[in-house]
Design a protein around this ligand. Structure first.
Ligand SMILES: [Zn+2]
Length: 96
């Protein structure tokens, strides 16, 4: 990964949000909208089906994006969720 000159606060924000893309069934289900930082789509959580929740080895579930199939979904329980924020996540986590 190349070194990015991100402000420390921004980096912490991205890393905090990234944790919410994993084992996130509960936070997604308590959100009304969610967004994927791989395909940069925002959509209502009510389009998710049981098949979009994939079991982890410890019995918790991770949401996989119904649009692109990647586990990069964050709910709008996360206050900064927006297309702009998803693009920042995408740049940091997928464009290295
Ligand atoms: Zn996606």
């Amino acid at each position: 990964m190349k070194t990015l000159n991100l402000e420390d606060n921004k980096l912490i924000e991205l890393q905090t949000a990234h944790k919410l893309s994993y084992k996130n069934k509960d936070t997604i289900q308590s959100s009304t909208k969610c967004g994927c930082f791989y395909c940069l789509e925002l959509y209502d959580t009510n389009i998710l089906t049981p098949a979009d929740f994939v079991a982890e080895s410890d019995g918790s579930f991770t949401v996989f994006c119904p649009k692109c199939g990647i586990d990069a979904v964050i709910g709008n329980q996360y206050p900064s969720l927006s297309i702009t924020f998803l693009k920042e996540m995408n740049d940091y986590y997928f464009h290295y």
